[in-house]
Design a protein around this ligand. Structure first.
Ligand SMILES: NC(=O)C1=CN([C@@H]2O[C@H](COP(=O)(O)OP(=O)(O)OC[C@H]3O[C@@H](n4cnc5c(N)ncnc54)[C@H](OP(=O)(O)O)[C@@H]3O)[C@@H](O)[C@H]2O)[C@H](O)CC1
Ligand SMILES: [K+]
Length: 491
C-alpha cells in the first residue's frame, strides 16, 4: 500500500481535477460522504464537526451536510468566519448552509453542544505547515481533553502529513479516514500514534504514479522475489551467512538461529577463540585469528550481535576495510561503531544494511535520541544518505530507507519484540536473506516483516509478557507461512 507526501497528494488532486476534469467539489463530496458513512458506522448520533479554513474544513462541511441528510444530530464549530472561506471550501459551506446545518464560530470553552458522542477533526489536513498556535491550538487541546472520541479527516490536525512530525499540539484521534492514499506522516511515528486506526477511502482520485513512492512492506510484492525452491536446489543455492562471534556469544547464536530459520543454506560462526555456549550442530564453527578471514566465502556477513569490546582490534584493520568494500551484510549493535571514521561516517555500498535502534542512530548522526524519535523519517533518510547503506531504524513502524530516498514502513510487530536478543534475531534474518540473493532494501524490508510477524504470533500464543528472543526464532516458520498467505511456503 502506497504512502504519500503532501506534495504528491497535491499532484494527484491537481491531475484528477485538471487532466481528468473531475471538479474539486466532486472529490470533496466523495470525501465528506465517506466521512459521514464512517460516523454512521460508529453509531454516533450527536456529532460535532470542527472545521478549519482550507479544503480539510471543506470536507468537514460536506460531511456535516450528509450527516444532517441522514438524520444525525450534527453541529459545526468553525475556527474561521465562513465569510472568509474560498474556493471549494466556500462551496461546501454554502451547501451545508442551504441544508440548514447549524454552526457557530468557536469560542474557547465551547465545543458546540453537550452529550457529544463523536468529534470530527476537519481543522487541517495535508496543508498543515507549521506548529499550531492561537485558536487552532486552543480547540485542539480542548478536543483532546474532552474525553470524546475523535475521528480525523485525512490527517489529525498538527501532524506533518509528509514526515509524521508533531511540532506542538496535535489531535489524538481514535480513527483517521484518509482520502485516496494513507499519508506517510500517519504511517510512521510519532504521527502514527496520533492517528488511531487509519482507513483509506476512494474519492475518485487517479493519476500516473511517480517513481519510488513510499509504501508499507508488502508481502505480495516480495513474494515474487523470494521463497521459490526447486527440486534441483542444494545448500549452495541458498548462500552462506557468516556471523561474527564476539565476547557475548549468546547474541551471535541468536542471530545464527534467526539466519538458519529464514533459510540460509549454511550458517557459519566465525570466532577468534572457542565457543563456550552449546551450539546446535546445524551451524559450522570456524576459528581463525581474523574472524573476517573465517567468513571469507560467505555471501553475507552479520557484524555486531554480541561483538562488545572484541570490536577494538578490528577497528581500522585492512581486513575490515576489505570486508566493507567487497562484501554485503548487516551491521548491528556494537558493529555500528565500526562505521565511525576520522572524517565522519564510513561510506558503504547498498548491499549493506544498518539496523540501529534510535540511540545508535543518534550516536551516528550526532543527534540526541529524542531528536531521532521526533524525526524518525528524516533520521533514517539522513543516515542512509550519509553512509550509502540501507538503513533500518528500529521501533514501532520500523522505517527502511535507501540512500536514494526510497522508503518502506513495516506494519508488523508489537510489544512482544521488546525483549533482549530480539534485535540479534532480526540481524540474522536479514543476513540470511542477503545470503539468499535479495538486495539490501528487499532483505531489510522482508526481514523486518517476518521478524515482526513472528513476534506477533509468539505474543499471541505465549503472551507478549513471556515471549523471549528464542520464541521469536521458533515462530519464524509460522510467520513465513503467513507471508505466503497461509498457503505454505512454495516447494
Ligand atoms: N481538491 C483537493 O485538493 C481536495 C482536498 N481534500 C482535502 O483537503 C485537504 C487539503 O486542503 P488544503 O486546503 O490544501 O489544506 P488544509 O485544509 O490542511 O490547510 C489549509 C490552510 O491552513 C493554513 N495553515 C497551515 N498550517 C496551519 C497551522 N498550523 N495553523 C493555522 N493555519 C495553518 C494554510 O494556509 P495559510 O495561508 O495560513 O498558510 C493552509 O493552506 C486534504 O487533507 C483533504 O482533507 C479533499 O479530500 C478533496 C480533494
Ligand atoms: K484533520
Amino acid at each position: 500500500m502506497y504512502l504519500v507526501t503532501s506534495e504528491q497528494m497535491r499532484y494527484f488532486d491537481h491531475y484528477t481535477i485538471k487532466t481528468l476534469k473531475v471538479p474539486g467539489i466532486v472529490l470533496m463530496d466523495h470525501a465528506g460522504k465517506a466521512v459521514a458513512e464512517a460516523v454512521v458506522k460508529r453509531r454516533a448520533k450527536r456529532v460535532v464537526v470542527a472545521c478549519g479554513k482550507g479544503n480539510n474544513g471543506g470536507d468537514g462541511w460536506i460531511a456535516a451536510r450528509w450527516l444532517q441528510h441522514g438524520g444525525c444530530s450534527v453541529h459545526v464549530v468553525t475556527v474561521v468566519d465562513p465569510g472568509n472561506l474560498e474556493g471549494d471550501a466556500k462551496l461546501a459551506f454554502d451547501m451545508a448552509g442551504a441544508a440548514n446545518v447549524s454552526w457557530n464560530i468557536y469560542q474557547p470553552g465551547d465545543l458546540g453542544g453537550s452529550s457529544i458522542e463523536l468529534l470530527v477533526d476537519a481543522l487541517l489536513g495535508t496543508g498543515c505547515t507549521r506548529p499550531l498556535a492561537g485558536v487552532y491550538e486552543q480547540i485542539v487541546d480542548e478536543m483532546n481533553h474532552s474525553g470524546v472520541p475523535i475521528l480525523a479527516i485525512d490527517v489529525p490536525t498538527g501532524i506533518d502529513a509528509s514526515t509524521g512530525e508533531v511540532k506542538g499540539s496535535a489531535i489524538r484521534a481514535s480513527e483517521t479516514i484518509a482520502m485516496a492514499y494513507e499519508k506517510l506522516g500517519t504511517a510512521v511515528t510519532p504521527g502514527a500514534i496520533y492517528s488511531g486506526h487509519t482507513h483509506v477511502v476512494d474519492i475518485g482520485i487517479k493519476a500516473p504514479l511517480p517513481e519510488g513512492m513510499a509504501s508499507y512492506v508488502d508481502p505480495s510484492e516480495l513474494r515474487q522475489k523470494w521463497g521459490s525452491r526447486d527440486a534441483l536446489s542444494h545448500k549452495g543455492t541458498f548462500g552462506r551467512c557468516g556471523i561474527f562471534v564476539g565476547h557475548m556469544q549468546g547474541a551471535a547464536i541468536l542471530a545464527a538461529a534467526g539466519a538458519a530459520r529464514t533459510g540460509a543454506g549454511l550458517v557459519v560462526l566465525g570466532t577468534r577463540g572457542s565457543i563456550s555456549l552449546a551450539v546446535l550442530p546445524d551451524y559450522v564453527v570456524r576459528q581463525a585469528e581474523s574472524p573476517v578471514s573465517a567468513l571469507e566465502d560467505c555471501q553475507s556477513i552479520v557484524v555486531g550481535p554480541g561483538l562488545g569490546t572484541d570490536l577494538e582490534p578490528l577497528v581500522g584493520t585492512a581486513s575490515v576495510d576489505e570486508m566493507f568494500s567487497s562484501k554485503r551484510g548487516v551491521v548491528d549493535a556494537d558493529g555500528l561503531k565500526l562505521l565511525r571514521a576520522s572524517n565522519g561516517l564510513r561510506r558503504l555500498n547498498d548491499g549493506w544494511v544498518l539496523t540501529p535502534h534510535p540511540k545508535e542512530c543518534a550516536n551516528l548522526l550526532g543527534w540526541t535520541t529524542e531528536q531521532v524519535q521526533r524525526q524518525r523519517l528524516t533520521a533514517a533518510m539522513q543516515l542512509a544518505e550519509r553512509t550509502g547503506a540501507i538503513v533500518l531504524l528500529k521501533g514501532y513502524r520500523t522505517i527502511i530507507a535507501t540512500p536514494a530516498g526510497e522508503i518502506r514502513v513495516n506494519p508488523t510487530g508489537n510489544a512482544s519484540l521488546a525483549v533482549g536478543g530480539s534485535g540479534d534475531v532480526l540481524a540474522g534474518v536479514i543476513g540470511s536473506l542477503i545470503a539468499q540473493g535479495l538486495n539490501g532494501f528487499d532483505a531489510a524490508s522482508l526481514g523486518a516483516w517476518i521478524h515482526g510477524r513472528a513476534g506477533e504470533l509468539a505474543g499471541a500464543a505465549l503472551t507478549p509478557i513471556s515471549t523471549t528472543a528464542s520464541d521469536i526464532v521458533d515462530y519464524i516458520s509460522r510467520a513465513i507461512v503467513t507471508f505466503f498467505d497461509g498457503i505454505g511456503a512454495r516447494n
